[in-house]
Design a protein around this ligand. Sequence first.
Ligand code: SAH
Length: 346
Amino acid sequence: MPNTLVDELLNTHCLSRDGYRELLETLSDEDAQRLKIEAQRLCEQAYGRVVFRRGLVEFSNYCKNDCYYCGIRRSNAAVSRYRLSDDEILNCIKEGKALGFKSYVLQSGDDRHYTTKRMANLVAEIKALAPEASLTLSMGERSREFYQACFDAGCDRYLLRHETAKHCHYAKLHPKEMSLSSRLQCLEVIKSIGYQVGTGFMVGSPFQCYADLAEDLYFIQEFRPHMVGIGPFIAHHETKFADMPDGSVELTIRMIAILRIMHPKILLPATTALGTLDPDGREKAILAGANVLMPNLSPLRVREWYMIYDNKISTGDESAQLCTQLEERLRKINYRFAEDRGDSLM
Ligand code: SAH
């Protein structure tokens, strides 16, 4: 029986909440294939047959939060905590510059050690060192003043995954002092300041059902972020979700395809979590509409400590130093890295 929701999505680029839920529940392998092909075509039409690369610097694994799924959550005493100095961070950027990067992402736990003043200074220094590159911060929920000061200092983008768009599901993944409302509030502020904004969610996180994923899609449809990062949930052995099953690579890729069809001009990373569960996961994502890769630029000595989930790949071909290997993978699927900073066309 033909799935009319597939045609509706392909024709109108949007569905209702119930439409997304039903689509996810009933999607056949054949229809999923149709969506992936169309998603790849739309992406190529908008951006060309290229992938943007962002050098990722994981600059601190201190975190004041206790998200139940995350390996660097506050209460995990088994992690060695580290913070990079400003000079160390600037050295990562220098290394990225030498490797030809035009875009950087600075990510950390929710670490208040990096004050507004310090981050604004650091942003200005990075932009002075690499004026040709775009800069993204991803360091959690902060004040309006913080976001504004970093933006004024030259930061271009901010990434804050909403994690799940349903309040009741959010409450199952986070302690009670955290709320979806405050996360969404931050996203509104970030957007209103003028950042290119990224959000996102995990696929297959504990207790998630199709209605939750449909809510994620609907939220993104309405909020219209410039970027959406999604990856499968992967259990971390020192969290209370240690025994929960990993998310599905196939479902993650279907979600990427649907997001691309909803917003042809959005930026969609093929995430490290996909590459961790499936060696070909990132290529599969690119062939279903993803167009960003985030090779790791962090100093080698700290990489094993930014383990947000078990077995996170960090020293293989996702290493910025080994971009030629990633390039080779792209060549095999007839893609290449773009030369520019990869601003969103949305
Ligand atoms: N402190 C920042 C960055 C968090 S780490 C912030 O709050 O935004 C980046 C992302 O890793 C998170 O947003 C989350 O979606 C993802 N993540 C954390 N633990 C994970 C796990 N066990 N499996 C898959 N993804 C995970």
